[in-house]
Structures are given as structure tokens and as C-alpha cells.
Design a protein around this ligand. Structure first.
Ligand SMILES: [Zn+2]
Length: 83
């Protein structure tokens, strides 16, 4: 049976239901939540990258890749009527 998640809430990996309206509430939670940082699929890759050791070309490629993914997420949010 699926667990019911209250409206406008994100169930974080830490078990808390976090408001995402306004979105800043969610943003500030995931920035400081150790469970989210540990479990986030993107974070699992991103936090292991030592950016100080990357050459400019790699940093630019990484930025380009992330911006492209961010735009794709924004498009998906538009279709789900949350902008
Ligand atoms: Zn959390």
C-alpha cells in the first residue's frame, strides 16, 4: 500500500515531510540534512568530485552538463504545473 504524502510536501530520506511551497523551505532543508546528502542520487556522485583538482575544461563541461539537466528538470516541472 502506498503511503499518503501530504499535499505540497516532499518526503525526505530523513523521514520528515518537508514543505516545497515555498520552495526555499525544501532547499534549505536539503542543504543541511545529512540523510539527504548521503542518499541523494546526484549528491552521491557530485559530492565525491574534488572540484579544486579539476582543470577549467572539466569544470566547464561539468557546468554545462548540470545546466542541461537543470533545464530538463525545469521543463518537467512546467508540465506538472509547478513553476
Ligand atoms: Zn531530511
Amino acid at each position: 500500500m502506498m503511503e499518503l504524502i501530504p499535499k505540497n510536501k516532499f518526503k525526505c530520506f530523513c523521514g520528515k515531510n518537508i514543505d516545497y511551497d515555498p520552495e526555499e523551505t525544501l532547499s534549505s532543508h536539503i542543504e543541511t540534512c545529512p540523510e539527504y546528502r548521503r542518499e541523494s542520487p546526484l549528491g552521491n556522485v557530485f559530492y565525491k568530485i574534488n572540484m579544486k583538482e579539476l582543470e577549467i575544461g572539466h569544470l566547464l563541461a561539468l557546468r554545462s552538463e548540470h545546466l542541461k539537466h537543470a533545464l530538463a528538470i525545469m521543463e518537467e516541472l512546467k508540465t506538472s504545473s509547478f513553476t
